[in-house]
Design a protein around this ligand. Structure first.
Ligand SMILES: Cc1cc2nc3c(=O)[nH]c(=O)nc-3n(C[C@H](O)[C@H](O)[C@H](O)COP(=O)(O)OP(=O)(O)OC[C@H]3O[C@@H](n4cnc5c(N)ncnc54)[C@H](O)[C@@H]3O)c2cc1C
Length: 358
């Protein structure tokens, strides 16, 4: 037991779980509030903590890359979630991809096993008193986000973000889709590649740009998250736009022809058993029937069964550079923000020099 002041953490996503485990590791008791499963968001599916809502890749492990360097720093800081992610790792070339269910289970178990953390399955509608971290993510429940906006006094911000669909592995035609990493040996590799001929690509692109979307016009332009644009938005820039992006064929050789395909959609395993694959770079805002119709035009996915369709959501965040200080605190208060609600896709950690108790 400890007589140190308890910190309230709101949100058991990536940032909130990391924060709670790190504080507990520092000997600080935590009350961690998570509203799921009684209340959920439009992107979460389950009750587990640290649920990854879209890509199961945490990006590169190479220290020479920005994402890899961050992982090196997180490792030196003793990040609990990075350690658990490595335990749930599945093959994905040089990237750290995880089995999303195993990862979420491991984080949930770690939090539940931690005697200094009390996990409370309730939605928080009012900013808590005392030391507190709001890590409610980009889909923070409305009442809390409204109160946060009122407390911070600045306009709340938002942008549109999208998730990619997932197909059942046994519905992929392996006579067409081939396993190969870029520049790797045919027959091996962590990715499945769906190769297009030039004509197949033209037909697919034509249907993709013309397909029906869920939201027609209100997110066009600067409101889209540039690093995660819907595939159909990228495709609208021209027939070759995706061929030089997510669908680039470089480094691939189709074993059926011995040649580089005109374009290729890559599939990455969702879990260690590879029972499902996500369509890399195919975050989308198409209606579900249109996703089924258009994505089945991808060679190898003619009979694809969709385990999950892509979705698009308005993500909310605060104007952190103007309303938070350098430690992500609301100046002069015990209120801190962590995770993507700050407008980043990273996870700020509390300082080990000991911010709490104040
Ligand atoms: C559609 C979509 C696609 C995305 N795709 C990607 C991607 O491919 N790659 C990527 O890196 N990031 C992606 N993101 C961003 C992703 O959400 C973040 O990277 C990551 O989940 C942020 O972690 P977080 O802990 O800040 O928020 P989250 O993981 O969202 O966790 C917030 C938690 O707070 C809970 N919560 C919310 N409000 C309350 C409340 N009032 N009371 C109690 N609990 C509450 C939620 O249930 C949730 O569990 C995507 C987001 C969306 C919405």
């Amino acid at each position: 037991m400890t007589d140190r002041t308890c910190v309230t953490v709101v949100g058991g996503g990536l940032a909130g779980s990391e924060c709670a485990l790190t504080l507990a590791d520092m000997g600080i008791p935590v009350r961690l509030f998570e509203m799921r499963p009684a209340d959920s968001t439009k992107a979460h599916h389950g009750a587990g903590l640290a649920e990854l809502v879209c890509s199961n890749s945490l990006k590169s492990l190479r220290a020479a890359s920005a994402a890899g360097m961050l992982k090196c720093e997180l490792t030196l800081m003793g990040s609990p979630l990075l350690r658990l992610a490595k335990q749930a790792q599945i093959p994905a070339g040089g990237a750290l991809a995880v089995d999303r269910e195993r990862f979420s289970d491991a984080v949930t178990r770690a939090v539940c096993a931690e005697p200094l953390i009390e996990l409370v399955r309730e939605r928080v509608d009012v900013l808590p008193d005392g030391p507190c971290v709001i890590a409610a993510g980009p889909l923070c429940a409305d009442a809390l986000f409204a109160e946060l906006g009122a407390r911070l006094g600045g306009a709340a911000l938002s942008f549109f973000d999208a998730a990619a669909p997932v197909v059942e592995a046994d519905s992929v035609d392996r006579g067409i889709a081939f396993a190969q990493d870029r520049y790797g040996d045919a027959g091996g590799g962590d990715y499945l590649n769906c190769p297009f001929t030039r004509d197949e690509w033209h037909a697919f692109w034509t249907e993709l740009v013309g397909a029906q979307r869920v939201v027609q016009r209100d997110f066009e332009g600067s409101d889209l998250f540039q690093a995660c644009q819907p595939a159909e938005e990228v495709a609208r820039k021209g027939e070759d736009a995706l061929r030089f992006g997510a669908c680039k064929p470089v480094g691939l050789v189709d074993p059926r022809t011995g040649r580089r395909p005109w374009a290729a959609v890559q599939l990455r395993a969702e879990n260690a058993q590879a029972t499902a694959y996500n369509l890399v770079g195919f975050q989308t805002n198409l209606t579900w029937p249109e996703q089924r119709r258009v994505f089945r035009m991808i060679p190898g996915l003619g009979e694809a069964e969709f385990a999950r369709f892509g979705v698009m959501h308005r993500n909310s965040f605060v104007d952190a550079p103007h309303v938070l200080d350098a430690s992500f605190a609301v100046p002069g208060t015990q209120l801190r923000l962590a995770g993507q609600i700050c407008g980043t896709e990273a996870t700020p950690k509390p300082s080990r020099r000991g911010i709490w108790p104040p």
